[in-house]
Design a protein around this ligand. Structure first.
Ligand SMILES: [Mg+2]
Length: 249
């Protein structure tokens, strides 16, 4: 068999993080500001318009965050504060943190599995393939997402490797090594699937794994590594895996 160990990224690989993000941000805005609006001092704002501006600010400040000019906390504060300003809504110190804490608490419940996820995991599991997830983020949030996706019957919580707990983030080789150790996988027969070229594909290949690039956002590759496959949807990825592992037909 070509691979006996298959690990996945979580956000945008097993479910649409973009959809969950949009729904969770809108829900959080609505619930936090409904009370204040009811007091009559705050202009009514269409939640969809608020989200569009918030998203524009997310994208605008993203490079500064990625280039370490802003910490995660500063990034979150500025994207929130600037959106509130744009709509003439009052805000104070601590509001951005409260908003994002609430978002973290609810985002998992908006995470819905991609069509065919359960079928694929079930086939892989039945074939005796070791399965795991390697994800950057907070342990509690990512665990909640796994539960919400209802995939624990295929991937036990002990096979969920989260950067916060691992003490190291993708693309660092060490997190891939930790995963192999935890799920008792073999590097020679290990495959990683993810939607980020730099974090997932390059990271895995440099750690000695093979990788599938699930390129849902039509990202440009920034280097010359060769993945086992490049797919543009979850369904295509699933078909590739099942065919490569002779699990179909
Ligand atoms: Mg991802």
């Amino acid at each position: 068999m070509r691979w006996n160990t298959v690990c996945f990224d979580l956000d945008n690989t097993l479910f649409s993080h973009e959809e969950a993000f949009e729904r969770a941000i809108q829900y959080t805005f609505q619930s936090l500001y409904k009370n204040r609006r009811n007091k009559g001092k705050i202009p009514d704002v269409d939640v969809k318009d608020w989200f569009q501006t918030f998203k524009t600010n997310c994208d605008y400040y993203w490079d500064d965050f990625e280039n370490n000019k802003l910490t995660r906390e500063e990034y979150r504060k500025i994207r929130f504060d600037e959106t509130m300003k744009a709509f003439g809504l009052p805000f104070q110190e601590g509001d951005a943190k409260q908003f994002h804490d609430q978002y973290e608490a609810v985002v998992a419940r908006f995470s819905l599995p991609f069509n065919g996820l359960h079928h694929l995991l079930s086939c892989l599991r039945q074939a005796g393939i070791r399965l795991g997830i390697i994800t950057n983020g907070k342990k509690e949030t990512q665990t909640e997402k796994l539960k919400q996706l209802d995939v624990e019957k295929y991937i036990p919580l002990s096979h969920l490797i989260v950067s916060e707990e691992a003490g190291v983030e993708k693309p660092n080789k060490e997190i891939f090594d930790q995963a192999l150790h935890k799920i008792n996988g073999e590097r020679k027969y290990a495959l990683f699937i993810g939607d980020s070229w730099d974090l997932d594909v390059k990271g895995a290949i440099h750690a000695g794994w093979e990788a599938v690039f699930l390129n849902t956002r039509k990202e440009h590759k920034t280097s010359s590594e060769t993945p086992a496959a490049e797919c543009y949807s979850f369904q295509e990825t699933s078909d590739f895996l099942l065919e490569s592992l002779h699990l179909k037909g």
